[in-house]
Ligand binder design. Structure first.
Ligand code: ADP
Ligand code: MG
Length: 216
């Protein structure tokens, strides 16, 4: 799992870099036009952290090493990204790391627990709920779909695939929503008709994970 996490973080950084301009265009419509820049800066810092990092100690379990890496990635986002998304995603990673450090019957179950904890962490920090046109509108449906796939006997690829599909649908579903949290809420009714940048980046990150898991 540790190597898979590092690969996902690197692939995410590459994808975010490619999509930075598109994410920024979305944020220009309903925010201050920095979401792509924020995400690109944060994930570039994660890559630098990965490059400079020592290999986990030989006596560390894979679960502990994975949780520790996700925690470091979260701290990196919090310390390098000035916008709302840095602390929000950073907290999501820290909460996900906390969940990964626990005992799980399978990698699929560990992923679902981490995704649920991540979404809950963002909701707590952002004082937000579903339906307010934020990244939570991608992440909560993703967590529910992942849980349902796991309960149905799905393996890691099936569970991550379900999460990604639900996140994509959730991001698209933010278009008609009225923003009531974050900068987009300043626009009031004018926030309607645009897809939320954070929901879009959340779906993108889960898409990279889905591509990575099925490629294994
Ligand atoms: P900023 O809003 O500081 O410019 P970004 O542009 O990087 O930060 O991120 C904006 C995204 O953050 C939004 O599209 C939304 O998904 C998310 N967001 C903003 N405020 C909140 C909140 N209170 N709770 C959850 N998500 C939020
Ligand atoms: Mg912004």
């Amino acid at each position: 799992m540790h190597d898979g996490l590092a690969a996902w973080l690197r692939a995410s950084a590459a994808r975010i870099h490619e999509e930075a301009a598109a994410l920024t265009v979305l944020d220009q419509k309903i925010g201050d036009g920095d979401h792509g820049i924020n995400m690109d800066r944060g994930f570039a810092a994660i890559v630098a952290m990965l490059d400079g990092r020592e290999a986990p100690a030989a006596d560390t379990t894979d679960a502990a090493a994975t949780a520790d890496l996700l925690r470091q990635a979260g701290k990196t986002l919090i310390s390098t990204v000035g916008g709302a998304a840095g602390p929000l995603y950073g907290t999501a990673f820290l909460r996900g790391a906390g969940a990964l450090a626990g005992e799980h019957p399978s990698a699929a179950a560990a992923f679902v627990a981490a995704l649920e904890a991540a979404a809950g962490g963002i909701a707590g920090l952002g004082k937000a709920a579903e339906g307010e046109k934020t990244m939570l509108d991608a992440l909560f449906p993703a967590a529910r779909a992942a849980r349902a796939a796991l309960d149905g006997g799905g393996d890691l690829a099936a569970v991550v695939g379900a999460a990604h599909d639900a996140a994509d649908a959730g991001a698209a579903a933010t278009i008609p929503m009225l923003a009531t949290k974050g900068r987009a809420s300043y626009l009031g009714e004018r926030s309607i008709g645009h897809q939320d940048p954070g929901a879009t980046s959340s779906a993108l990150l889960l898409g990279v994970l889905a591509a990575n898991v099925t490629a294994d």
